[in-house]
Structures are given as C-alpha cells and as structure tokens.
Write a protein that binds this ligand. Structure first.
Ligand SMILES: Cc1cc2nc3c(=O)[nH]c(=O)nc-3n(C[C@H](O)[C@H](O)[C@H](O)COP(=O)(O)OP(=O)(O)OC[C@H]3O[C@@H](n4cnc5c(N)ncnc54)[C@H](O)[C@@H]3O)c2cc1C
Length: 436
C-alpha cells in the first residue's frame, strides 16, 4: 500500500460495527480498508460476552456453524442480592436450543472478532492491524481520509466510517459529539475465569453447547445504579460489573471493590470456586440516550456503533453488539447508494439516520431514553427496595410455629410500614413507563 492511496471507504475500528460495515461494502464490490489499533481484531476489546446475532445471521447466514461462539444461551436468571441473600427468577426455554438459538450466544471477543475480521478479509477487505488513527483529514467541510501512525500513513477515500468504540476521540475532535460526562457513562470491569467444562455444566445446570446468563442487581453492585453478571463460556465464565460512573465517583468506590465484593457473595462464590483468572479488563459503556446522540453523518463521514452511543440502556437486555452491527450494516447500505450516485454529501448520507430510525436501533433508544435519568432520580430501586424485598421474602419463608395467617400478616404489615407507599407507587409507575 502506498501513502496517499485512495479507497472507496476507510473504516476505523474492527469491532462489530466496523467489521460489519467493511464486510458488507466489500461484498458489494467496493474497495475497503479496515484499520484496527490492536495487534489483531479483538485484542483490545471488552464485552460481557453475550452476542445478539439477528444482524450477523443476515450478514453471514448460519454463522454459528463456523464462528467461534462459546455457548448458546438457553437459560437466564435475573436476581437481586442483599449483602448475603438472594431473590431471583430463573428462566429456561427449550425453544432456544434450536436454530437460530434465540440469536443469543456467549462469545469471547478475542476469538470472535478475529474470526469475523477474517471473514471480512475473505470478502476482499484490506485489514491493517496496529494502525492507530489519530486524525480525520478534512478538505474544507468534507472528510477525505485519515492520518494513521503507520509509516507513510495518510490514507484517502470517498468515505470514512468512524467505528472506534466508546472513547470516540475522532468524533469528538470534529465536534460531532458532546464531551463525555459521567452521567452518560457506565464503568465496567470483567474477569474471565477458567473452569473445567464439567464444573460449569454441573454448577449452572446446563449440558453440551447450552449456556446460561445470570444478571444481578441491588447488593451485587453495593446498591449503586448498575448490575453484575456471570455468563458461561465453554471452559470459562465471564464475570463482571457495570455501574454508573457518576454513582461510582460519588460513592468513592472503585470497580475492583465492587467486583471483588460480588465474587465473594454467598450466592456467587460457588459458581467460580477453584477457577483460575485468565483475563481482567476494564472499559466504559456509553449511555448517551436518544436525546444526546452525536451528529451521525457529515460530508464524507459516518459514525457507527458505540462511537455514536448506540447501546440499549434497558438492564433486562444489555444490548450493544447487535446495535453496533445494525448500524455498521446501515452505514454500508447508505454508502453503497451514495457510491452509485457519486454523492457523498451530508444530504446524500441522510439515508443512514433514516435507516436507523426505521430499525430497532433508534426505535429502542427512543423507547428507553428515560432509563438513565430514572435510575439517577430513584436510587431506592437499587438499594432500599431490593434489600426490603429480600428481608420480607426471608421472613415470609422462615419456618416457625406461628400460624401462617398471623406470620404472613406480620410480614405484610412490616412491608407497608417500611415504605412510603405514595413514593413507591410513583416510582413503580415511572419504572413501568421507562422500562416496558
Ligand atoms: C464490560 C462490558 C460488557 C458488555 N456486555 C455486552 C453484552 O453482553 N452484549 C452486548 O451486546 N454488548 C455488550 N457490551 C457492549 C458492547 O461491547 C459494545 O456495544 C460493542 O462492542 C460496540 O461495538 P463497536 O464496534 O461499536 O465498538 P468496539 O467493540 O469497542 O470496537 C471498536 C474497535 O475500534 C478500535 N479502535 C479504537 N480507536 C481506534 C483508533 N483510533 N484507530 C484504530 N482503531 C481504533 C478498537 O481497538 C476496537 O477494536 C458490553 C460492554 C462492556 C464494556
């Protein structure tokens, strides 16, 4: 490759958004270079590990037959913890054991991203690893290329796609997005812990290629706004926490304090007992919300994935990978159309936002846009109420010689005395509106 070489499109970042975009463009016959700052795709990436794959299955049908997925998720659990107890809801659906496996797989990004980038390469994408992009090259108001740290590293193209993930310094340097504020960010850390396959199957009640995802709220993250998770891989489990950066700062806690506390909980420690730490990583998740999205396109440039803040904030889903892929695909479709008309202006690229508004990406972001302000205004849903629920449940199920009618009435009375019912009703109503 010679300095100054011109492509149809330069894609920055080989995560789910960038690789999907590059793959679809190459399949359509466009010349594409995919630039990744890591030594290989996936080497710098952190994710809890649940890949939602409706889009991937469109891009590469039946991808699970060749992709390095870990397990298909057939079993789910949602639970609240107090300091030492748990109340939870377990779900298992046999239908999720059949193709397309509810489009939900656990993955390890180091393996998955490398495989996906390999598929893009087979489709004709040129991949350059260790290619950090420092700057977008502008000609007036139009993006025309990128400055990389490679030798002779200026590259030019009709289009640049910024898919560099949450930090998104390039979008920020162009003034396309607001500066990160702690209120719109989630701080995460994650460990991958090796365990024998048999131990995983026995502890989580799964077999063969089945997998489980477990999500914990309340005391799992010391009552902060956020949650903790355990996902099963083939021969390891991914354990992590994600909490509001604002809450973390205000409570003077570190992500490490929280994950260590979670792993030591009586409900959790038996899952990871005897495991060997393979990997520790920390990362952020953007929760900009629909009202704080960046400008998604300017002349010659589109922003996709986490760089644009496309993460579904609803804690029941924790979706980011599929929104990243959907936005990468929408970017590719828009660029293919622009290429046909030889028009890469902001106006011609408006189809990108239109496609996203018509898909689950912006429909879901709009639907759940109130979640983060709800969470910040109602901390009682993360600490006080989970603790009370667990206490009352424990008393309800405590065996004694008190007649059942009397003991149950005592629990109900205690519950009614412990909460401000008006505040609870208002909060529940708001929770219903923002989450369902
Ligand atoms: C702890 C944690 C748990 C999560 N769990 C889940 C989950 O279970 N399910 C889910 O769907 N989502 C989850 N997410 C969110 C999900 O990881 C993201 O939404 C998704 O990875 C976004 O994809 P992306 O391609 O936009 O960005 P990324 O995956 O971040 O990829 C960006 C790529 O760009 C590269 N890059 C960055 N800057 C440059 C540069 N200047 N030059 C060149 N390359 C660059 C990076 O190295 C990286 O490879 C989780 C996130 C975290 C942090």
């Amino acid at each position: 490759m010679a300095s100054g070489e011109k492509f149809d499109c330069i894609v920055v970042g080989a995560g789910p958004a960038g690789t999907t975009c590059a793959y679809a463009l190459a399949k359509a016959g466009l010349s594409v270079v995919l630039l990744e700052r890591g030594e290989k795709p996936g080497s710098k990436n952190v994710m809890g590990g649940i890949l939602y794959s409706t889009i991937l299955n469109k891009v590469i049908p039946n991808f699970w037959e060749t992709a390095p997925v870990e397990r298909r998720i057939v079993q789910k659990k949602f639970a609240v913890l107090s300091d030492d107890s748990e109340v939870g809801l377990g779900l298992r659906f046999e239908g999720f054991n059949k193709p397309p496996y509810n489009n939900t797989f656990s993955v390890l990004r180091g393996k998955f991203d490398a495989w996906y980038a390999g598929k893009a390469e087979e489709a004709g994408v040129m991949i350059l690893n260790e290619a950090v992009v420092d700057k977008i090259i502008m000609d007036g108001k139009k993006a025309v290329g990128v400055k990389t740290r490679l030798e002779d590293g200026d590259l030019y193209a009709d289009m640049v796609v910024v898919a560099e993930g949450v930090t998104s310094l390039l979008a920020q340097s162009l003034g396309l997005r607001e500066k990160h504020v702690p209120e719109h960010m989630v701080t995460c850390c994650k460990e991958v812990i090796a365990l024998p396959k048999e131990a995983i199957e026995e502890r989580f009640g799964i077999e063969g290629e089945e997998g489980a995802s477990l999500e914990y709220f309340g005391g799992s993250v010391k009552g902060l706004v956020g949650s903790a998770f355990i996902y099963t891989n083939k021969e390891s489990v991914s354990v992590g926490i994600g909490v509001s950066t604002n809450d973390l700062k205000n409570n003077k806690l570190t992500p490490n304090d929280i994950i260590e506390n979670f792993k030591a909980h009586p409900s959790i420690k038996h899952y990871i007992k005897g495991g060997k730490l393979l990997e520790y990583s920390a990362h952020m998740i953007p929760e900009f919300g629909y009202d704080h999205l960046p400008k998604l396109a300017i002349d010659g440039l589109i922003i996709a994935g986490d760089a644009a803040g496309f993460v579904n904030m609803n804690p029941l889903y924790h979706e980011g990978s599929n929104l990243a892929m959907a936005s990468g695909l929408a970017a590719a479709e828009t660029i293919i159309e622009s290429k046909k008309n030889n028009d890469f202006s902001e106006k011609a690229l408006a189809g990108y936002r239109r496609r996203l508004e018509g898909s689950f990406v912006l429909k879901d972001l709009k639907r759940y846009k109130g979640i983060s302000s709800f969470a910040l205004k109602h901390p009682e849903f993360f600490k006080e109420y989970p603790e009370l629920l667990i206490k009352l449940a424990e008393e309800f199920f405590t065996v004694s010689e008190t007649p059942k009618g009397k003991s149950r009435m005592a629990v109900i009375k205690k519950g009614l005395k412990s909460v401000n019912l008006v505040k609870l009703a208002i909060g529940m109503n708001r929770a219903r509106k923002v989450m369902f």
